[in-house]
Design a protein. Structure first.
Length: 273
């Protein structure tokens, strides 16, 4: 038996099955697809076999996706501090829960809708209550558009595509209005602020206190600060929205902060010199 050509139920791409196999994977979006065979008897004389692709339920994705949505609800209902994922806390922890689901179901339209909704609400509320910072208006808006474009492309229902397109356009208009009222953050400690999500948290207070009370007192310390403030904004603007950048720098900064605290540098509330 030769190859059988069918359409992927997720992305619509042409896929092929080896005749004897009951399931396969779409090479475009990765969906696991099963052949559904229906045999119809025609007046007891002719048997007609109809084959169509059926998307197989991804139980691993469903579990991780439900978990991500639950933690996102806790984040808003009970507060970011109650959400943890390994060493991550708050916003970064919820993002990691969504990332866990994405790894096993990246072709799901509803995944991108849920994450886009969390992303917008968490950032807008965080910026307003000063637990998050706005480094770039364009990055915030473009990331939302990217998520919604994925949701639209993976939807297999035309009416749903139209509804998602309207939702995207309406939300982008709201975002432009809301973030247009907020100044982009140009404060110091760019990388630390990016990693910890706030300019005012105990880790960044420790680093700012060390900068002002120790580094500023020597010529080489002031040189380091000058170089840091020249390079770090570029690094944050280019890589600041990637998890790899945040993970790498957080490991380094956590060690630095722990070392400074062991030497008596306080992590209490601090106002810059």
């Amino acid at each position: 038996m030769g190859l059988i050509k069918l359409k992927c139920p997720s992305c619509g791409a042409d896929i092929q099955f080896d005749g004897p196999n009951d399931f396969g994977f779409c090479t475009y979006c990765g969906t696991k697809v099963m052949q559904e065979k229906t045999i119809i008897e025609h007046k007891g004389e002719i048997n007609v076999t109809i084959q169509k692709p059926v998307k197989i339920v991804n139980n691993d994705f469903e579990t991780k996706f439900a978990n991500a949505k639950n933690w996102a609800k806790i984040y808003f209902d009970r507060g970011p501090n109650l959400v943890t994922h390994g060493t991550k806390k708050g916003y970064d922890a919820v993002v990691q829960y969504f990332s866990d689901a994405e790894l096993v179901g990246a072709n799901e339209s509803r995944y991108y809708v849920e994450f886009a909704d969390f992303y917008v609400r968490a950032n807008l509320e965080g910026i307003k209550n000063k637990t998050r910072v706005l480094n770039s208006r364009d990055t915030l808006i473009n990331h939302y558009i990217f998520c919604m474009d994925n949701a639209i492309s993976y939807s297999d229902d035309e009416k749903e595509k139209q509804a998602l397109t309207k939702k995207k356009n309406d939300t982008v208009a709201l975002l432009k209005e809301e973030v247009g009222k907020i100044k982009e953050t140009k404060a110091g400690c760019y990388i630390a602020t990016c990693v910890y999500g706030s300019y005012d948290c105990k880790e960044v207070w420790t680093l700012r206190r060390y900068r002002d009370k120790t580094l500023y007192k020597t010529w080489y310390g002031r040189l380091f600060i000058q170089v840091y403030y020249t390079i770090s904004p570029i690094l944050v603007k280019t890589f600041g929205n990637t998890q790899h950048f945040k993970r790498t720098w957080q490991r380094l900064l956590d060690r630095i902060v722990d070392n400074l605290r062991s030497k008596g540098v306080d992590g209490a509330d601090y106002t810059d010199r």
